[in-house]
Ligand binder design. Structure first.
Ligand code: AHG
Ligand code: MN
Ligand code: MN
Length: 337
């Protein structure tokens, strides 16, 4: 019988071979994974667990919160506040940072999360997820503040997501490739089911919300028009389209079989760089995609090089198969010249 590799063993071996996971970071990742297990159980209960529908609240970005947005946020905070591994947390669902309370020891890591990604899919029983990103607090002898979080994505020490779909899968990078773990519900454990995930450089599949076509900038329209022209067009091949409207599910498909995902700037709200959030969505997904050999830009520059100015900053996102991302980026750069 081939032995199953658990998440714990994977983390221990990563530390042994690459020295990337000190024990506090291992604890952090295991705690996040345990919280995801709890969220997965709630998701599976659905209507039986009273988790469907809308709460009577709005988040800092003015979006109506779903019950599960709030539940998932609470689960992640409760799971992570007492372990001594964190200095503070930040979430898409909270206005300010959550500093670890005084009654617990403070660690050196900063955790950011989108507790529930794909909220519009909760009630319709379509894949949703949790996205997370880990930074280290600068060792400046000062108490933790929002400024500590404003580091570019290149500073991430770990990132990942959990997708609650037909299977519950945890996808992780600690800066040495991407690994996927499937939740074994009978055993309650995460089992390594794919290591060294790689994304093909070329693809014939794109993901974008086509209902926004009329609002796009010319370079995005140019790229999609060429895809839609198919075999007879300049690309000389037919393209397929997918749009789940849960970034976790769209990115999971790209990590599994390649593709390109875009949520670009559009002219409905010109002052807004994009819909997706840099710290909770774009940075962790970019780290995973790059670690799997793909690329990720905002159309003009590498997303992980952006120095955030604020916690809830938004960004335009183009990520996935390298050659396609480079093509979209070159169309944007040509437009600027
Ligand atoms: P969230 O549920 O965390 O607000 O994120 C939803 C995001 C992302 O997951 C998805 O790609 C996108 O919003 C879908 O947007 P549209 O509904 O505009 O297609
Ligand atoms: Mn999201
Ligand atoms: Mn969310």
């Amino acid at each position: 019988m081939t032995s199953r590799i658990s998440l714990t063993r994977y983390l221990v071996e990563q530390q042994r071979h690459h020295g990337l996971i000190p024990s506090q970071l291992r604890l952090l990742i295991e705690v996040v994974a345990r919280a995801c297990k709890r969220i997965s159980i709630s998701v599976n209960k659905g209507a039986l667990g009273d988790i469907l529908g809308t709460a009577q609240t709005e988040n800092v970005q003015g979006e109506v919160q779903k019950k599960l947005d709030i539940i998932a946020n609470e689960v992640l905070i409760e799971a992570n506040e007492w372990g001594g591994h964190l200095a503070a947390m930040a979430s898409e669902e909270m206005e300010g940072i959550y500093v670890v309370p005084n009654r617990f020891p403070q660690g050196e890591y900063l955790l950011m999360f989108d507790p529930l990604d794909g909220s519009s899919n909760i009630d319709v029983n379509v894949s949703i997820g949790t996205i997370f990103s880990v930074l280290k607090k600068a060792d400046n002898g000062e108490g933790v503040s929002e400024t500590d979080f404003l580091q570019p994505g290149t500073q991430q020490v770990a990132a990942g997501y959990c997708v609650y779909g037909p299977q519950t899968t945890l996808v992780l990078t600690v800066g040495h490739g991407v690994a996927m773990f499937t939740l074994d519900r009978e055993q309650g454990s995460w089992v390594l089911t794919q290591d060294e995930v790689t994304i093909p450089a070329d693809t014939k599949e794109f993901a974008i919300n086509m209902s926004n076509t009329r609002h796009w900038a010319p370079p995005v329209k140019h790229y999609i028009d060429e895809c839609l022209a198919g075999k007879e067009g300049p690309r000389g091949k037919d393209f397929n389209m997918r749009w789940v409207a849960s970034m976790v599910a769209d990115v999971h498909r790209i990590l599994t079989r390649g593709g390109i995902f875009m949520y670009p700037w559009d002219k409905r709200e010109p002052e807004k760089p994009g819909k997706l959030r840099l710290m909770y969505e774009a940075n962790p997904m970019s780290f995973l995609i790059e670690q799997a050999g793909g690329a990720s830009t905002n159309g003009k520059q590498r997303i992980m090089d952006i120095v955030p100015k604020k916690l809830h900053e938004r960004v335009s996102v183009v990520l996935g198969s390298k050659n396609e991302v480079e093509r979209v980026t070159s169309y944007h750069l040509e437009e600027n010249n």
